[in-house]
Design a protein around this ligand. Structure first.
Ligand code: ZN
Length: 97
């Protein structure tokens, strides 16, 4: 029986680096890695994370753009007038489901 290779990644914990204890499942460039430290898996996860961040950034940017446009459009209008307008608008919306 041959020993299965261990993952070659090192884990930082308690201010020290420890070798990963998971069994290796894939070899990349002469080194063995477990499923979660496989460089291809890590790269895919990072790209997925970056895409998620980009989408969140775009959504935040659009939200801020709308808030700035709304604030500019409502400049000079008293808050009470805006509140009344919103109440009337919502009441009108309820009439036409
Ligand atoms: Zn590992």
């Amino acid at each position: 029986m041959t020993d299965k290779p261990k993952c070659s990644e090192r884990i930082f914990r308690d201010y020290t680096h420890y070798p990963c204890q998971h069994p290796a499942v894939v070899e990349r460039d002469g080194k063995w890695y477990c499923k979660i430290h496989d460089p291809e898996y890590v790269k895919a996860k990072r790209e997925e994370w970056a895409a998620k961040l980009q989408a969140q950034f775009a959504a935040d940017k659009e939200r801020y753009r709308r808030q700035i446009a709304e604030t500019a459009a409502c400049a000079g209008i008293p808050t009470e007038v805006l509140d009344d307008f919103v109440k009337e608008y919502l009441a009108a919306c309820r009439k036409y489901p």
